[in-house]
Design a protein around this ligand. Sequence first.
Ligand code: CA2
Length: 152
Amino acid sequence: MTPPRRLLLVNGPNLNLLGFRDPAMYGSQTLADVESLAARTAGAHGFEVRAVQSNHEGVLLDAIHDARTDCAGIVINPGGLTHTSVVLRDALSAVRLPVAEVHISDILAREPFRQLSYVADVAVVHVIGEGVAGYATAIDRLIAVITGQAGA
Ligand code: CA2
């Protein structure tokens, strides 16, 4: 069966504050800007985006489970759950969709506790420290994986 031309975009806890706090670390673009960049980037490949942001882990898990039936891949910035959440990692692994992990900041150059990602080895694409533009990079690379163009 042809995979659906839809991606799930997941933003985890506190990312609703983008553009309103800490611009030195996370830039001045808002979550709405991120979601519209994602829609434009995916749209250029003929894909649509379903976007979810929540400060509640269970809401994120439910959205990931639901993607199993009607999405071709998942782009996720898990926020602080990156460094703590086995259940988020298990959900991503369970749905068996290709995953792109995005971080706005360079987590490898920050505090030691940010350098461990529970999600990293269930993701096929990793974009770290490219700012908000990294979401577009991640979508381009994930769609290349989905459509079999990766590495071409
Ligand atoms: O760099 C990233 O994208 C992070 O996933 C962002 C998380 C952080 O816990 C990760 O280590 C790295 C923090 C998301 C909180 O976002 C804020 C946005 C604006 C102001 C305050 C927090």
